[in-house]
Design a binder for this molecule. Structure first.
Ligand code: IPM
Ligand code: MG
Length: 358
């Protein structure tokens, strides 16, 4: 098939990890006879430096009319002055809102090979396979706010329609998985959470096979560390999802392992690793490209409908991990330590070998 993918490398380690994911996508094209055309656009701090804004009009417009978007990371100390009015993160938030990407899917899997790379006990994390469905275009991230010198506020607003559509995404996902949804809120304190809970209940009525449990966010944060393997799908608001997915990433050994997909009503999606720009290691061939490569696999499956190609990429990643290769963030002393570029090359080779064996 022919597809057009906009690349938004962004800041810090973004360009390095996107380069490895593109190499994997190129290998998929070669091996499975597809043709992907790429267009690279600016976002985040890099865009601020050259255009004065974190999301140039051209970037958003181009992403609105493409098949999929692959993003690296945005942000860094150079642009983090709290008094600045333009910030790299505005690029990311503007993309999510501008493309209507209200559903953020963050799968968390613990590979058997990596049970000893996590700071949590192996017996606690063995078998973890969960999916966080984070609402991405509403809540406290986008509510009215005011910033004075003595007082400031942010507001958390949810409409029933916003809750309904994200709850549907979660229940649909659960139907294809273990049929369990945990809806996470703070209904003992927040009005928006009480609305959330009521609407999730209404949606649940359409999915009698799926079991639904409501959890308060503080208790969910605790259970995620204590009994992570009991979760299947977690559905939650924008900010709770932000916090819980960083927490959940530690189950998998490293924030560098986690992919994500941000979707709206149609096929167009934006795919990015959950990690940030990691300015401390940028440019040193140290970053783990697996989260971005797994994001590219989600892109193949979800926006392009290339399920077996996506599966091949995921298997290639597992193959390389099972042979003991690790980037620094997931390496134990006995592992074979490799850099960003070598990890990308190994995954491409594994993909080729897998295809040759067929
Ligand atoms: C994430 C990030 C972003 C968020 C930041 C960079 C604005 O932490 O995607 O989880 O808070 O959503
Ligand atoms: Mg985050």
């Amino acid at each position: 098939m022919n597809a057009r993918i906009v690349l938004l490398p962004g800041d810090g380690i973004g360009p390095e990890v996107v380069a490895e994911a593109v190499q994997v996508l190129d290998a998929v094209c070669d091996l499975y006879a597809h043709e992907f055309e790429y267009a690279e656009r600016q976002i985040g701090g890099a865009a601020i430096d050259t255009t004065g804004t974190a999301l140039p009009d051209e970037t958003l417009a181009d992403c609105q009319s493409t098949d999929a978007v692959l993003l690296g990371a945005v942000g860094g100390p150079k642009w983090s002055d709290p008094s600045a009015t333009v910030r790299p993160e505005q690029g990311l938030l503007g993309m999510r809102k501008g493309l209507g990407l209200y559903a953020n899917l963050r799968p968390v899997r613990v590979y058997d090979e990596l049970v000893d790379s996590s700071s949590i006990k192996a017996e606690t994390i063995a078998g973890v396979d969960l999916l966080v469905v984070r609402e991405l275009t509403g809540g406290i991230y986008f509510g009215a706010r005011q910033e004075g010198t003595q007082t400031a506020y942010d507001t958390m607003i949810y409409s029933a329609a916003e809750v309904r559509r994200i709850a549907r995404v979660a229940f649909e996902a659960a139907m294809k998985r273990k049929k369990k949804v945990a809806s996470v809120d703070k209904a003992n304190v927040l009005a928006s959470s009480r609305l959330w809970r009521r609407v999730v209940e209404e949606v649940a009525a359409d999915y009698p096979e799926v079991s639904l449990e409501h959890m308060l966010v503080d208790s969910a944060a605790m259970k995620l560390i204590r009994y992570p393997a009991e979760f299947d799908v977690i559905v939650t608001s924008n900010m709770f999802g932000d916090i819980l997915t960083d927490e959940a990433s530690m189950l998998s050994g490293s924030l560098g392992m986690l992919p994500s997909a941000s979707l709206g009503g149609g096929k167009l999606g934006m795919y990015e690793p959950v990690h940030g720009s990691a300015p401390d290691i940028a440019g040193n061939n140290l970053a783990n490209p697996i989260g971005t490569i797994m994001s590219a696999a989600m892109l193949l499956r979800t926006s392009l409908g290339l399920d077996s190609e996506a599966h091949a990429v995921e298997e290639a990643v597992e193959d390389v991990l099972s042979r003991g290769y690790r980037t620094a963030d997931i390496a134990n002393p006995d592992d074979k330590r490799v850099g960003t570029i070598e990890m990308g090359d190994l995954i491409v080779e594994a993909l080729q070998r897998r295809k040759d064996a067929q």
